[in-house]
Design a protein around this ligand. Structure first.
Ligand code: HEM
Length: 176
């Protein structure tokens, strides 16, 4: 299957751009790709494929009536957010260590309710299936379910208590 993004990426990298610039360029291409509604089915988990997944997922999440407002109220710079999430999934799936952050702390300050995670995961599962071939899509779904569970536990679980609460957390607690 033709992958114009990959050719662009190679050209940018070979042309002497730094990797970050090539990735930014690629993010813009992937976003344009999304707007057309057609999507390659990636057989391998690569940085361009992760970008396609992340961009497509957040385009949906932002429009979602339940979880969309959380994103639209909290995220000021979407390019920065998408780059951060690409780094996150790159660290999770390709163990690149590109992500340096604390997902638990980031979510603690947000108005998230436990059932929001079901919607998040439903959109993620759907999008993974649109972007990836079945085996890599399953790997993304599995990782996201585990991380969501871990975030939910950290955010809402109170040992011996019935009230949802917020606990301090770390990358480790979020499974990263
Ligand atoms: C209820 C579902 C969720 C909602 C509404 C939500 C919303 C958000 C929002 C609004 C931000 C940006 C925070 C800011 O910029 O201040 C964010 C950051 C982030 N989210 Fe979520 N999220 C959800 C679930 C998840 C899940 C399941 C994962 C991972 C599988 C995840 C991974 C991340 C990461 C890595 C960041 C970046 C944290 C940082 O600043 O380093 N989120 N999320």
């Amino acid at each position: 299957m033709a992958r114009p993004e990959l050719d662009q990426f190679r050209r940018a990298a070979i042309g002497g751009h730094c990797a970050a610039a090539a990735l930014c360029h690629l993010a813009a291409l992937a976003r344009r790709h999304d707007l057309h509604g057609t999507m390659a089915s990636y057989a391998d988990i690569t940085e361009p494929a992760i970008m396609a997944l992340v961009n497509r997922f957040y385009a949906k999440a932002r429009r979602d009536p339940l979880i969309g407002p959380v994103f639209n109220d909290a995220v000021e710079d979407w390019d920065e957010h998408l780059e951060k999430l690409c780094a996150f999934w790159s660290s999770v799936m390709l163990t690149t260590g590109r992500y340096k952050g604390n997902p638990m702390a980031a979510h603690m300050k947000l108005p998230i309710e436990p059932h929001f995670f079901e919607r998040w995961l439903a959109l993620w599962r759907e999008t993974a299936g649109e972007v990836f071939a079945p085996a890599p899509a399953a790997a993304f779904r599995d990782k996201a379910s585990r991380i969501a569970e871990s975030l939910k536990l950290g955010l809402f679980y109170r040992p011996g208590g019935s009230h949802p609460g917020r606990l301090a957390g770390s990358n480790r607690a979020a499974g990263v």
